[in-house]
Structure formats: structure tokens, C-alpha cells
Design a protein around this ligand. Sequence first.
Ligand SMILES: [Zn+2]
Length: 459
Amino acid sequence: MHTTLIQNGTILPCVTDMREVISPGYIVIEGERIVQVEPGQPSSDLVGKCDEVISASGCAVIPGLVNAHTHLFQTFLRGLADDKPLLEWLAAATWPGALAMTEEDFYLSAKLGFMENLKCGATSVLSQDYVQTSTRNMDVVAQAAEEIGIRALLARGYADREPYREEFRETPEQVIKETQRLVKYWNHRNGGRIRVEFAPLIPWGCRGDTLQTISQLAKEWDVGVHIHVNETLPEVQMSLDEFGVRPIRWLADLGVLDEHWQLVHCVWLDEEEMDLIAKHGSLIIHNPVSNMYLASGIPKVVEWRKRGIPTALATDGPGSNNSQDMMEVLKFTACLQKVGTLNATALLPEDVLEMALWGGAKAMRLENQIGKLKPGALADIVLVNLRKAHIMPVHSAQSALVYNANGNDIDTVIVAGKVLVQNGKMKHVDEEKLLSDCQQAVERICKRGNIASKAHLFV
Ligand SMILES: [Zn+2]
């Protein structure tokens, strides 16, 4: 079995709390798992026995970040509809762009998106892909994850009712049949590194009876249910107009909410809705950059935490961010709550790391398997170079990681014991070729979709 040693680093094991630091320390990996996390220096005997030795000098060694919500196809649509609120943004570029994409485009956009996530420190990505113009669209995203080596949970998005746009709608039978096929095919290959789950897109595009059926199936198949909810005020109003109740109350009344449910955004929750989420044990996925970008609002993360609601962090799709930099998300998470509550201690760096790592592990349904550096855990590890002009001097590794570091400071990324990023570069991917293939593909999409773009200038 392949063994790897990481030595001379400042390790944040994140096992009992986010304040622990082992410096210097070393980690031994065997196959896909961590077998040792120790303070001090490894013996020369141990160094000699390991197949691969990585120096983490000047680096913080942390569990890989989890990007708990994105839409990878939007990697090709970012920058096309800047400066618009959600519903206008969907109509301006996201829908027409998605309809002009081919299977090959879904594959390439996923590959670029996974690469960006890895290079910015995310070892796990939860991508909700809801453009089912071909039954192969999800398979090619999974294939991209398989090839690139990242850990991925692919939420198979769908809408099955008006007023969601017709071209994207499916029948409930199609949704269940296709999700079942994908779960059967993907969830047990690659040691479970790539899995598929349900993803009703939004309450206003999803029938209540289908939600009840998939909620039951999610329990049987032991998979999650990933949904956008209460993102903007107009969407809350749509639920009040149609059902007379707010969206979370509607879901609770359907009897579907439970610990399988991953509620994305939750920007506009009232007190009752927060209590319902806490009572049913569902998880919230917070996307601070997207909430600012689309002017959606400031979610009450501090209130969620008071109620013990598990919370994960994410970038959201590249169309509404526009990057996939989880390091940037850490800073925005803290800063948005400070300004939202007018309280500088609303969230501390340790609180932010806890959501990104432990909340992220829960979103991936891999609690205690990832998000912690301890013997037995999966070896998903990131080395962040702190010896940089915009970071030094370091007084606290947690503060430096949340407030100073960005995606460009990611030095090494390991997923399931395999080094995927080394010295900030992809180890097994021809980055230049992928970038130019992607730019050319986007130029073709814009022509096909009749979308105004200057993509041709950048090929
Ligand atoms: Zn989203």
C-alpha cells in the first residue's frame, strides 16, 4: 500500500475543536486513510519507509475544505449576467446558456470547475446539476470527477411543475428512474468517492407529491435531498401566494423534512421556520458570496447556530459568485455576519472553520470520515502556504486562514491519499490545454445560444 509522510507542518487536526494546533507535527497516510498524526519529528526510520515525503514547512496543514453547494455547468456561464437579482439573472444567461450546452460542454465545465475547486483547497464538492437536456449530462460530470480525483457528491437537480421554465422540466417518473440509475451505477464505484443524491431545485418548481416520494426513497437508499429554499423575498412571497404558508412550513407540512435534507441559502427564514429546521434535524448550506452578489440578503447564521442547526459553507455556482474559492468564502462568512449583526464577534475564525469542515462533512454525509485529521479518517488534506507577504506575520493560524489566505495560497492538495495539487499546480492535468479547450467551447456555446459575449477575444 502506498504510504505518504507529511512533515514539518503546523497541523490543525480539527478533531475536538478548531483551536488545537500541533506544530511541528507529522502525518502518515496509508492508501486512502490517515494512520498517524503526531507532534514533533518523524524518526529517520519512518521517513525511510514512506514512499512519498512531503515537506509542509511554512504551511498550515488542514483537512480539505468542503464546497457544499455549486452548479458546475455554470463554470462556462460566469460573468455573462453580472449585476442582476436572481430571477433576472436566471433568464438573462443561465437558462439560455445551459440550453446551448452539449454533453461535451458539461464534461469540460465540470472538469474546469473541479480543478478550480481543488486548486482553491476544496477536496470535496457538492454540485447540484439541474440541466437534464441529455440523460448523459450527469454521467459526464461524474466521469470528470472520476478522472480528476476529487471527492464529489452530485445532486441530480430537477423541476417538475410550473412556473419553472418548461425546457428544464421533467416528469416525476423520469426523475426517479434516472436518479435510481445514477445512484446504482455511481455510488458504489471508486470506493464511494463519487455519489449521487436527489435535488429538487426549488419549492416553486417541484410538486409536493413528488417531494414526498423522493423523501421516502432517500431514506431507503440512504442518500440526501438537496434543495434551494428561501433564497430571496420574491420566492417566499410566491409560496405565501400559492399555499398561504412560507416555504419551510410547506415542506414541514408535507412531512418531508428530516436529517437527509440539505437546505441551500435560507436567507429569509422567520423564527418558526428556524425552529422547524432545528426540530427536524435538517442542515443549512450557507453561500455568503452568492447572497451578496445577487443582492439576496443577509442570512441569520448566528441565530441558526444558537438553535444548533448544522451549517455547511459553499460558493454557489460560478454564475453567481463568480469564483469557486472556498478560502474567500471563509472570510466573507465571518464578515457578512459582523456587518449583518453589527457585532464584531458574531463569528470567530474557529466558528467559520467548524462550519466549513464539520458542517461540510455532514453535508457530504461523511461525518467523522472527512473534516478531521485523525487516524482512520480519509486522507483529504490541504497544505496552505502561510509564508506570503499578505499573510505574514502569523499570530494565529486560524485567523491567518480565514482572514488572510486565499485560493492562490493552496500549495498541496491530497484526496483519498493521492496528491492532486503540488506547488499550486495540478499534478495529473494539462492545465493549459484544459483552459484553452474550455475557452473555445464557451465561444461555441455563445454562438449557438445567441448570447452576447466577447469570448472570442480570449481564446
Ligand atoms: Zn445554487
